[in-house]
Design a binder for this molecule. Structure first.
Ligand SMILES: C[S@@+](CC[C@H](N)C(=O)[O-])C[C@H]1O[C@@H](n2cnc3c(N)ncnc32)[C@H](O)[C@@H]1O
Length: 252
């Protein structure tokens, strides 16, 4: 995948381009609750917290959260627009997490695992910060378990380009199980519709998805032209939903 530098791209429009409705956010929180222990509070980490799309909701639902984010610009947006008394945003990365060992009950890697460049370094670092029995929630796609969002088909090489960003599921599982983790759960989560097809087109135009960085300018132009034509037929129809994988690992 072409790496994304969030300090120079996406940070300005990310919160708007990837906005979630309260209903969508609640569906994710319920999915996370289903794979976390019942006791409260839980101490959480949001690794690759970005603009804080999930961090305050995690704190409200489960207990105090540290949001760890390498991009200064993304973190600034989070601090300004997603504050919460139970949240601290810190600079860091999955490879270098600025908290003491054994300090968290769970870590969410939400839409961020595919951005982690040094995965062999991240795996023991994630194990270090979790308590024994701690859970790692990997919300990412896999090249062989891909949600195929409806708009992808309008872009030349759309599916191939997007799938190429992600590892196959067995490879991710092997990375963790060979380091002493076990698979606790694997499921898909379907968000309620993101609004109308027209709303979704406006958000996609902000290009706050790594997918767009994988295409050539000609592919982007052709794709948006075809998508606009398709949306124009029924702009007020609900944006179709799709099922996204959630892999939960447990630290033995
Ligand atoms: C697609 S955004 C997801 C942000 C947030 N979790 C969300 O769902 O809105 C990916 C984030 O991962 C961050 N990131 C990049 N490399 C990372 C790394 N090595 N460790 C942790 N996060 C990383 C990026 O800076 C970016 O904020």
């Amino acid at each position: 995948m072409r790496p994304i530098d969030y300090d120079t791209e996406q940070h300005e429009h990310y919160a708007r381009g990837r906005v979630l409705t309260q209903q969508q956010l609640q569906v994710w929180i319920s999915a996370f609750a289903a794979v976390l222990p019942d006791r409260r509070p839980l101490t959480g980490m949001d690794i690759g917290s970005g603009t804080g799309r999930f961090t305050p909701a995690l704190a409200s639902a489960f207990g105090p959260v540290v949001g760890v984010e390498p991009s200064d610009r993304m973190r600034e947006v989070a601090q300004a627009h997603s504050p919460h008394p139970g949240v601290r945003y810190l600079p860091g990365s999955a490879e270098d997490i600025p908290v003491p060992s054994g300090s968290a009950d769970y870590a969410l890697l939400g839409w961020s695992w595919h951005h982690v460049r040094d995965k062999p370094r991240a795996v023991p670092e994630l194990a270090r910060v979790l308590r024994t029995g701690g859970r790692l929630l990997l919300r990412t796609n896999f090249s062989d378990h891909h949600p195929r969002p409806w708009w992808l088909e309008y872009f030349p090489r759309g599916y191939e380009a997007d799938a190429s960003i992600f590892q196959p599921l067995h490879e991710v599982i092997e990375t963790f199980t060979s380091a002493g983790w076990r698979v606790a759960d694997f499921r898909t989560v379907t968000e309620p519709s993101a609004g109308t097809r027209g709303d979704m087109l406006e958000r996609l135009r902000l290009r706050t998805l790594s997918f767009f960085a994988q295409l050539t300018p000609a592919e982007l132009e052709a794709g948006f032209r075809r998508l606009e034509q398709a949306v124009a037929v029924d702009p007020d129809g609900p944006a179709p939903v799709f099922a996204e994988p959630l892999l939960t690992l447990e630290l033995r």
